[in-house]
Design a protein around this ligand. Structure first.
Ligand SMILES: [Fe+2]
Length: 384
């Protein structure tokens, strides 16, 4: 999705001699996607990015599936996930399929080493905490409500400024992009898009680390972690340009679309990838037809599993919803407002709800850890 951007020093022509002040050549690296056929960036390193000294034994981080075929409405208490020391090991996968992994994490400390997901693009939704994403492209400060998008292959290190951090993590096996209807032929976000380029935060404060030593990069590929050791600092880039880089936007910058009658979830869409979409539900005015019903209608999701992650505020259609809670309304089962929610919603002028949604077009499997934080009776919660 991202537009062309450049940071730092780059040569006037690509693939030409670009010399350091003392005379040696900078090392050019093309980072390209879909072979050479989609977004790419050219980066310029102080040292070649290929200086591998050793690789430790790989270990599995494969998900443990508890329920393969789910046809039950479910709910999970995300804040029941125990905090963990490390950003990688604290990740708890809850809902997965071959397109997307949805995980929760409450890491307490900054990363010591570096990390690269070679299989999936990552989206970190920051529910609690703040800090800085460090990459070879520069830094992206983040905080409450941010979606931090890290394309696959980007080596990064997360620095937390806080100890109490809560993350909702979406790993996508295809790139995140804006819905086609939001963009013109050139990829520019159109006037009716709820986000625009000014809401997109690109890397900043590029610092080229001219350092030699032992730098460990945990490379995730096919549910395995491969601990690689490099002889030079992974963030030694003097400059780069292109359309492949990490970026961020805040849920608080998402401009809601409202109407006289209840608007369907696609008006809340932020991003999509192959076989799933993401939405943001933000504070907004309710429907203004004199006889409107602000609560959603009962809904048969014929061909998508619907995952809602509750962030903040009151949720008009649900009872007893807490921060960090997840609901899963799967393909084949009807869901709708809880008893009393429809009448209660009539006449309300606005909502302060904040939530993130992931709708997948293939069924989601439930992990062992998801079952440990499940509210077991949720599927019966429509009975008064
Ligand atoms: Fe629905």
């Amino acid at each position: 999705m991202p537009y062309y951007f450049k940071l730092g020093d780059i040569p006037r022509k690509r693939h030409t001699q670009f010399r350091k002040p003392e005379g040696g050549l900078y090392s050019e690296q093309l980072v390209s996607t879909e072979g050479f056929s989609d977004a790419y960036s050219n980066t310029y390193h102080i040292y070649p990015p290929t200086l591998v000294t050793s690789v430790d034994e790989a270990y599995s981080v494969a998900t443990e599936i508890a329920v393969v075929n789910n046809t039950q409405n479910r709910s999970f208490h995300g804040f029941s996930v125990a905090p963990g020391i490390d950003f990688i090991s604290s990740r708890v996968p809850v809902l997965v399929n071959s397109d997307v992994y949805i995980s929760l994490a409450a890491p307490q400390h900054s990363m010591k080493d570096y990390y690269r997901n070679a299989s999936a693009d990552e989206l970190l939704f920051i529910h609690e905490g703040n800090g800085v994403l460090h990459t070879m492209y520069g830094e992206i400060p983040f905080g409450y409500g941010d979606h931090v998008v890290i394309p696959r292959g980007v080596t990064y290190r997360i620095e937390f400024k806080t100890e109490h951090n809560r993350l909702f993590i979406v790993e996508s096996f295809t790139p995140f992009r804006f819905p086609k209807r939001y963009t013109n032929h050139s990829g520019q976000l159109l006037e009716h898009s709820p986000l625009c380029e000014r809401d997109i935060r690109t890397p900043q404060n590029l610092v080229a680390h001219d350092e030699k030593g032992d730098f460990k990069v945990l490379i995730k590929k096919n549910d395995m972690i491969f601990p690689y050791h490099f002889a030079t600092h992974p963030f030694d880039v003097i400059g780069w340009d292109g359309c492949h880089y990490p970026w961020a936007f805040s849920i608080h910058d998402f401009e809601p679309i409202t109407g006289r009658l209840h608007q369907p979830p696609p008006v809340h869409q932020t991003l999509e990838a192959n076989n799933f979409v993401m939405c943001a539900f933000v504070p907004r005015l309710y429907d203004y037809h004199p006889e409107s019903i602000p609560a959603p209608y009962n809904h048969s999701n014929v061909d998508s599993d619907e995952v809602l992650y509750y962030v903040d505020g009151e949720f008009m259609s649900r009872k007893h919803v807490e921060r960090g809670q997840i609901t899963l309304h799967p393909i084949g089962i009807v869901h709708g407002p809880h008893p009393g929610a429809v009448e209660k919603s009539i006449g309300l002028k606005e909502t302060h709800e904040l939530a993130v949604m992931v709708d997948t077009f293939k069924p989601l499997k439930l992990t062992r850890q998801a079952m440990e934080i499940e509210e077991k009776e949720y599927y019966k919660s429509w009975i008064e």
